[in-house]
Design a protein around this ligand. Structure first.
Ligand code: ATP
Length: 440
């Protein structure tokens, strides 16, 4: 994990926010490579769950919603974690993460097991509160959303009617969520500001189980289809006392992180709980008129809810490889074997020598060709060719194109494949189609 964190900083993937002021707890910035990787993860998700299917549409809702949304959903009263302080080392923890019983608490930092040396367990609401408008009174309190899901319930009727959507159908959204987490941990795994990728999939109540199974399979194949090793993924069923009170079934997709198995995505059958709650609280009819049975029904909801940041972390960790020094070199090779569709830079174009204007001109022409096709290419002329390849390997760039003296004679270049390090000689005109074939 430490190696990943330092690679992320070195190559400008992800680093501490506001670092010149000493950083801020659990706040991270995505640099030039990180933002590309995260955008690619979100694009792939959108392509698969929205563009890739007839039955799902997208929305982009406001982060600040009417405060009554959070009363109706149960978040104002119930979105809490149990907080406990260790009086010995002054550490603060989520009590449920260290023990299921108060009497057997053990401080994960200093090992304190003396029940007298722990504070009372208090409930702590995770929602960030702020005020809308100039007056900071209780009437102006609003919340930063702690999940994107509620917008899909609140907008259910307008989206369904506008698209004349027939059950089963889904509403998807990608966006920021905020939780004032008691413990932030493992780099971007758990932070207070993060992005979610969620679908609320509305079904007839009797078909909910079938669609639950469907989404479990869809979602796990999304990760493996983008290169995560299947043995590093598993389903974990929530026990009855762990499930949200409204959820009929809940499975996590766990990834085997360096600290152990932990949640990447949750898939829940939320039943008709949310639509009914919002209908009661708002007085609006949030039922669906079923043309088959001529009845008004409140659909059930299957919710695959993934974290964009946790996905980025899992893709990075899974792609990270250290190899023995390649023949003729001294240092081990670090390579990010990211799927070309996720790789931040798709191709690097390298003139063999930087002080040869003829080589530079051809390399620049090739870079322009990539940009014209919307392929994120990178021109690099600094240092020896070997060191340039290493930098690209570490950044996950799947292809390097090298312009050498033969290129000037016959308009061919070499294309080097990141994972095998194999090099082929190809015509300059073939470079764009070869790369395009793998990165879209
Ligand atoms: P955990 O048990 O790890 O706190 P959760 O069960 O509360 O997570 P959900 O409410 O199911 O999480 O949220 C769905 C997804 O959103 C999670 O699977 C995760 O990928 C992401 N997520 C939730 N909380 C955070 C966070 N604090 N930082 C980053 N991602 C998060």
């Amino acid at each position: 994990m430490q190696k990943m964190v330092s690679l992320c900083k070195r190559r400008s993937f992800i680093f501490q926010s506001s670092e010149i002021y000493g950083g801020l707890r659990s706040c991270y910035d995505y640099g030039p490579l990180g933002v590309e990787l995260k955008r690619n993860v979100k694009d792939q998700w959108w392509r698969t769950v929205v563009h890739g299917r007839e039955d799902v549409v997208g929305i982009d809702a406001s982060i600040i919603m009417h405060p009554r949304v959070w009363e109706a959903s149960g978040h104002v009263s119930g979105f809490t974690d149990p907080l406990v302080d260790c009086k010995k080392c002054k550490g603060r923890f989520r009590a449920d993460k260290i023990s299921t019983e108060t009497a057997s608490l053990k401080c994960p930092d200093c090992g304190n097991e003396d029940p007298k040396k722990f504070s009372e367990i208090r409930r702590f609401n995770l929602m960030f509160e702020t005020h809308l408008g100039a007056v900071e009174d209780s009437a102006s309190v609003v919340y930063l959303r702690p999940e994107t899901a509620q917008a899909m319930f609140v907008d259910f009727e307008v989206v369904q009617a506008a698209g004349r959507l027939k059950l089963p159908f889904g509403i998807a959204q990608i966006g920021k969520s905020f939780r004032n987490e008691i413990v932030v941990e493992h780099f971007i795994f758990r932070s207070c500001e993060f992005e979610q990728m969620e679908v609320e999939y509305f079904t007839r109540p009797g078909e909910a189980d079938k669609w639950f199974e469907h989404w479990k399979e869809e979602r796990i194949s999304w990760y493996t289809g983008l290169g995560i090793r299947p043995e590093k993924l598993r389903f974990r069923e929530h026990s009855a006392d762990e499930r949200a009170h409204y959820a009929q079934a809940c499975f996590d997709i766990d990834y085997e992180f360096p600290w152990g198995w932990d949640e990447l995505e949750g898939i829940a059958n939320r039943t008709d709980y949310d639509l009914k709650k919002h209908s009661e609280a708002s007085g609006k009819d949030l039922t669906y008129f079923d043309p088959q049975t001529h009845e008004h029904i409140t659909p059930y909801v299957i919710e695959p809810s993934a974290g964009a940041d946790r996905s980025v972390l899992a893709f990075l960790l899974d792609a990270y490889t250290e190899e023995p020094p390649p023949p003729g070199t001294k240092n081990p090779r670090t390579v990010l074997r990211l799927d070309p569709r996720l790789a931040p830079t798709k191709v690097a174009v390298l003139p063999l020598k930087k002080n040869k204007p003829e080589l530079v001109a051809v390399a620049r022409e090739i870079v322009r060709g990539f940009f014209e096709k919307g392929i994120n290419a990178f021109y690099d002329e600094k240092d020896s060719i070997g060191r340039r390849y290493r930098r690209q390997d570490e950044s996950g760039t799947p292809f390097c194109i090298t312009v050498d003296f033969q290129s000037l004679k016959d308009r061919t270049v070499t294309i080097r494949h990141r994972d095998s390090m194999k090099q082929d000689r190809i015509g300059i005109e073939d470079a764009t189609p070869i790369v395009a074939d793998k990165v879209f």
